[in-house]
Design a protein around this ligand. Structure first.
Ligand code: SAM
Length: 384
């Protein structure tokens, strides 16, 4: 493919990415792969180049662009010359996406800790972080195996350059490592897993945090819950690979509590890794900025409060509730934590057992710019 044809392909994919973001459809990565499934003439170099153009255009624009053409125009205007199968020449006054990091309507929602100097880091390409499965190996062994650097904050982590391929490595197949951002590892560490008996991961998804808890304390009873069956079903093969024993419960919204009756007042730790805006992971999913709307944000914030209220009765007296979101928005972080404490007089703020990130209300905020991790808010509460 000549460069102009690659640009046209990127425009067509970007049109799909924009539509998908507005309809909450598949992510950009999946759309790029699907596009090339039916275009066998494109070689691997073409695919890589088009993918790179698509993601550069997504990173460039904070607001939803008017079209794929408008998204790519500011980055590759020289290719808009009508040559071959390339984009037709630019017309005067044609829309072009403005450069930006944070969508205008989200700026007032950001935690006050995330100043403009930190914004570029929110969309910089992220490294690949792995968590060594300490139930089976040591971090040093995995650092040597991958030629990686140890992560500075998590004692379980190792860091590889962006786009490193690890899932075909024998150490991954053998369950010695999992792909997990250092910030996510710190959430599991915030549960202080060593020595806990019963830990419930209430929003377990595909079990990333539950697996980290199991690796840190193989003797613990760990229950992974979620309302999304497809996600939860991914946990089984991952746990098998890691040699971890994790029970699971599929919850039925809005009757989640019914499946949890046996655990009322029993858990040493309940982790609520709540559904959120994902604003802390824009560096991995830059089109997440185009997916969030004010309505969706309201619904997510209401769901976070509901899941926290669901978690509270499960904690035994003296036990802990750990709340985490991969978000940099105050409503999901410090405000949500404050509101929880005002609704639940039986809980008090508890320090996280490590000095990471910055204090943000009763919790701590980790950011790509300050901590080199994905962005997370983490708070811990003790049941009195
Ligand atoms: C941030 S993700 C969890 C990621 C996961 N802990 C991990 O480490 O990979 C939030 C999860 O909450 C789940 N969820 C949404 N509503 C829920 C509810 N009412 N009860 C429990 N889980 C819920 C979503 O399906 C989603 O998998």
């Amino acid at each position: 493919m000549i460069p102009q044809a690659r640009a046209q392909a990127a425009i067509e994919i970007l049109d799909q990415v924009i539509a998908s973001a507005l309809e909450d459809g598949p992510p950009a990565d999946a759309l790029v792969s699907a596009y090339f499934k039916t275009r066998r003439y494109a070689g691997s170099k073409d695919r890589r180049a088009v993918r790179e153009l698509v993601f550069r255009a997504i990173r460039h624009s904070a607001e939803v662009p008017a079209s794929g053409r408008a998204a790519l125009l500011p980055l590759a205007e020289e290719l808009f010359d009508g040559h071959g199968h390339g984009p037709v020449p630019v017309e005067e006054g044609e829309p072009r996406a403005a450069a930006g990091v944070v969508p205008g309507w989200i700026v007032p929602e950001l935690s006050s800790l995330v100043g403009e100097a930190e914004w570029p880091a929110l969309i910089e390409r992220a490294p690949v972080d792995l968590r060594a499965n300490l139930a089976r190996t040591s971090r040093d062994a995995m650092v040597a195996h991958f030629g990686a650097r140890p992560t500075p904050l998590s004692p379980w982590g190792l860091r590889l350059p962006s786009d490193s391929a690890v899932t075909s490595d024998p150490a991954f197949d053998g369950g010695l490592v999992e792909v997990q951002d250092e910030g996510s590892q710190l959430i599991a560490l915030a549960c202080d897993p060593a020595g806990q008996g019963l830990m419930i991961d209430l929003c377990a998804g595909a079990g990333g945090k539950a697996l980290a808890l199991a690796a840190a304390n193989p003797a613990a009873r760990i229950i992974a819950c979620d309302t999304n069956k497809a996600r939860l079903m991914k946990l089984g093969p991952r746990a098998e690979r890691a040699g971890a024993e994790i029970e699971w419960r599929l919850l039925d919204q809005p009757r989640e509590a019914e499946a949890l009756v046996e655990f009322q007042g029993q858990a040493d730790v309940v982790l609520v890794d709540a559904p959120c805006s994902g604003s802390g992971t824009w560096r991995r999913n830059p089109e997440g900025r185009w997916r969030l709307t004010a309505d969706r944000f309201d619904r997510i914030a209401a769901l976070q409060a509901r899941v926290l209220d669901l978690a509270a009765p499960l904690v035994r007296p003296g036990g802990s509730l750990v709340y985490a979101v991969c978000s940099l928005l105050a409503r999901e972080g410090r405000d949500q934590a404050d509101a929880f404490l005002s609704r639940h007089s039986g809980f008090a703020q508890q320090d996280i057992p490590m000095d990471v990130g910055r204090l943000d209300g009763v919790g701590r905020l980790l950011t790509p710019g300050h901590d080199g991790t994905d962005g997370f808010f983490i708070a811990r509460f003790r049941a009195t």
